[in-house]
Design a protein around this ligand. Structure first.
Ligand code: ACO
Length: 426
């Protein structure tokens, strides 16, 4: 009979080890017993960028990257994007179940109750240069927001945590909109409690401009937020968990996750895609651009994914949402370049052999741009969408008895001990 264990023979010593297999995996710490000498530290797994390391057990989001499947708490992303709303999805991510009608009403009213940003925040945001990158401002202002809620550091107090989860979900869009208005030299538009989450956000940006707040655009915004709401242990969620593991207030953890999202290889790709499409400028330039990609001089931004080795299901859905938006706004001139770029890339060996497909960010920027949102704000929208997911990951971390402060090991490759040299001898 087969056993749920792994037999390892260390050919350096001739010793054999039985390592328990739990749910198809081994515990990396079980390898520690493998050593040549008793005074050695023991064997570790070397896994730069954690390509094959499960750092937690999670029941929030499921991804099957080979088959392009994404589910939040078991519900297919396509159904949620079609039928749900961002705040309902947020509640699902946090609690594990879709809320009943009473639970949803209470949740929506709690989010509204906590949507008053502290007075000092407006001054902080207005102190940034108008041409600052909005992600820099968002990272700073989320961290600053936490200073107004000193009890937020009591992370063993569930009631306090709930309030701060509501505050973060309600107030991150407000910080974003305040800075947008400041960057344009416009008056601040306060939140309007009579509006839905996405309508309120667009209103805070565009001050009731009817063209930019068409219900189809509000719907598209909500869909985009849902599609971005969680994505299991990606770079920013891992940062959220790593920061959270040292037990600071959740504002600090969300600020750090926002910083991780900012980079062009992660959430910043939506901004980079638009810049790339603008630089390509015309479909005639696509072959020479793809030539540069294959020579590894540049990357095809919005393509490729650590987990998806087939079409990103979010990108499929975003392509559909784009049609609804373009019906209202007129087509985006960069769309033709994007479509042609995708179709040529998907037929070229370089991309086929590496399983490179469009990811969520390939088309999202085109929608945002058509909605009148400036390119540097794109990753800000991703942050608003992702905040509930980070908080669901954080909640799970706090309740996971197996978790401790995150602290990877290293394989040291530096000098052995050597003596300090006086500056005159160097
Ligand atoms: N353009 C060109 N080549 C690419 C691309 C790309 N976008 N992505 C991967 N490759 C190539 C790599 O050069 C590598 O080639 P090689 O085998 O000849 O060395 C191969 O494909 C495998 O790629 P890795 O870099 O090993 O894949 P990894 O999982 O580390 O990276 C990542 C994933 C960061 C998303 C990468 O595909 C990328 O940089 N894409 C562009 C940026 C982007 O769109 N990021 C958004 C991701 S989705 C999100 O975070 C919301």
């Amino acid at each position: 009979m087969s056993k749920d264990s792994l037999s390892i023979k260390d050919n350096r010593t001739g010793k054999s080890y039985e390592i328990e297999i739990d749910d198809g995996n081994i515990k990396a710490k079980d390898l520690r017993q493998i050593k040549v000498n008793e005074d050695e530290f023991g064997m570790m797994c070397y896994d730069p960028s954690y390509e094959n390391t499960a750092a937690c057990k999670s029941s929030v989001t499921f991804i099957d990257g080979d088959n392009g499947i994404l589910r939040y708490r078991g519900y297919p992303i396509e159904q949620l994007a079609d039928k749900s709303s961002q705040l309902e999805v947020a509640k699902l991510l946090l609690d594990g179940e879709l809320p009943t009608s009473d639970e949803l009403d209470k949740w929506l009213s709690d989010i509204k109750e906590f949507n008053n940003v502290p007075d000092g925040i407006e001054n902080i945001i207005k102190s940034f240069p108008q041409d600052s990158h909005p992600m820099g401002v968002l990272i700073s202002s989320i961290a600053a927001l936490g200073t107004f809620y000193p009890n937020a550091k009591n992370i063993t107090d569930e009631e306090e945590n709930y309030k701060n989860i509501c505050r973060l979900i309600a107030q991150v869009p407000i910080l974003a909109a305040y800075f947008y208005r400041h960057s344009k030299g416009l008056n601040i538009v306060p939140p309007d409690d009579s509006m839905s989450y996405s309508e309120n956000f667009l209103n805070m940006l565009f001050d009731g401009d009817e063209k930019k707040m068409n219900p189809a655009l509000v719907d598209a915004m909500d869909t985009l937020l849902i599609l971005h709401a969680d994505h299991e242990q990606n770079c920013s969620a891992s940062v959220m968990r790593n920061t959270g593991s040292s037990e600071p207030d959740p504002f600090s953890s969300v600020a750090s996750a926002t910083a991780a999202l900012y980079g062009p290889l992660h959430g910043g790709a939506n901004e980079a895609v638009l810049e790339m499409l603008s630089d390509i400028d015309s479909v005639d330039n696509i072959p020479s651009f793809l030539d540069k990609v294959q020579k590894k001089e540049v990357k095809l931004m919005g393509f490729g994914h650590r987990v998806y080795k087939s079409y990103d299901p979010r990108a499929k859905f975003i392509k559909k949402a784009a049609d609804n938006v373009f019906e209202i706004t007129g087509t985006n001139p960069l769309l033709d370049i994007a479509l042609k770029l995708e179709s040529i890339a998907l037929s070229e060996d370089y991309f086929i052999q590496r399983n490179l497909y469009p990811n969520v960010d390939f088309y999202s920027g085109l929608i945002y741009e058509s909605m009148g949102i400036p390119t540097p704000m794109f990753t800000v929208l991703f942050t608003i969408g992702r905040t509930p997911g980070w908080l669901a990951q954080w909640n799970e971390l706090l309740n996971d008895k197996e978790q401790k402060i995150a602290r990877p090991r290293q394989v040291y490759t530096g000098y052995d001990s050597r003596d300090y040299k006086d500056i005159s001898d160097r």
